[in-house]
Design a protein around this ligand. Structure first.
Ligand code: FES
Ligand SMILES: [Fe+2]
Length: 333
């Protein structure tokens, strides 16, 4: 069933959005969340498959996510009406011998699981998810960080991830150095709904607290970062230091509402597998918390997609291309 909404551009309902890490969606209890202001319940059938449907019981509007799972059905917590994976009500305990009205159902949504994340597209999805071949390669280890729930629009959370100019000021000593504020040249190539760009920049050395980068042997560490920004809110970043060690950052933001989002950031690496996962998780928590207070202060809460608003300089070329392409693809509101 197509959802007709006016508060967000129609096309946003036709994109895959992250709605939870796979390990947040348990086998024995439903998980409630919001996507583009729609209440959604996620749950699994006994084969492990994840399902997404409207988090609303047709009987009295109760949230199904408060209910429970039994016999491959989700059961409403109020009067125990039972819904199958197609969203159809198959049992009304108060009237077991009567025909179930055809209206007794709840809409279901497109739902897939990829890269350890459950994704939902409310209407038929338009774009594909990025390809990460390293994900199934044993030499690579992937670590979930966050999720990072911010009081901002997803567009601001994503744009912050693309912003180089703030590294020395918001993350001094961790991602940048205030003595080196210049942003390297960066050419953006737009192919359909994907922005491609890369930079080489000097970076701070590892700190004792967070020895996570493979730049130890290098006297003046330089980081090469190759980005793919998949519209509307997903970023794939591959980075390295000129040798075979590499890292991958896969970031996707869940547009919960106009001023609420939840960022999922998966960090991959092909070295240092013995280091506890908590080192990267704590590092990302520090970085994301440093960004959060800045981004939550930005007004308007959504990135303004008219380039005449705000002031752009040459080093903001990613932001300018992001805004232009979001507009071209009719993904802004
Ligand atoms: S409200 Fe769901 S069964 Fe009554
Ligand atoms: Fe940042």
């Amino acid at each position: 069933m197509e959802v007709n909404q006016t508060s967000f551009p129609k096309k946003l309902y036709s994109c895959w959005h992250p709605v939870g890490y796979s390990d947040e969606i348990l086998k024995d209890s439903p998980f409630g969340t919001f996507l583009l202001d729609e209440a959604i319940v996620l749950w699994r059938t006994s084969d492990g498959k994840a399902h997404a449907m409207k988090d609303l019981c047709i009987h009295r509007g109760t949230a199904l996510s408060l209910g429970w799972i039994k016999d491959n059905c989700i059961i409403c917590p109020y009067h125990a009406w039972r819904y199958d994976k197609h969203g159809k009500c198959i049992l009304i305990p108060q009237a077991p011998n009567s025909k179930i009205p055809s209206k007794a159902k709840t809409p279901i949504y497109n739902c897939i699981e990829k890269y350890g994340i459950v994704w939902v597209a409310i209407n038929k999805p338009t774009y594909n998810l990025p390809r990460i071949d390293e994900f199934n390669n044993k030499q690579w280890q992937f670590i979930n960080t966050g999720p990072f729930k911010w009081d901002s629009d997803s567009s601001r959370q994503v744009e912050n991830f693309t912003d180089f100019g703030h590294f020395p000021w918001v993350h001094p000593g961790l991602l940048g150095d205030p003595k080196r504020p210049l942003v390297p040249e960066c050419k953006v190539i737009v192919k359909g709904s994907v922005l491609h760009y890369s930079i080489v920049r000097p970076e701070a050395s590892n700190t004792d607290d967070f020895p996570i980068f493979a730049n130890d042997k290098i006297v003046k560490p330089e980081r090469r970062s190759v980005y793919e920004l998949h519209l509307p809110y997903t970023i794939l970043l591959r980075l390295g230091w000129g040798d075979k060690e590499g890292m991958i950052y896969f970031f996707a933001s869940q547009p919960i509402s106009k001023n609420k989002c939840r960022g999922y950031c998966i960090v991959g690496r092909n070295y240092n597998h013995d280091e506890p996962e908590t080192v990267i998780q704590e590092f990302e928590k520090v970085i994301f918390d440093q960004d959060k207070r800045i981004v939550e202060s930005q007004r308007p809460q959504q990135v303004p997609f008219d380039l005449a608003e705000e002031l752009h300089l040459k080093f903001d070329s990613v932001a300018m291309n992001y805004r232009r392409t979001m507009k071209k693809e009719k993904l802004y509101y």
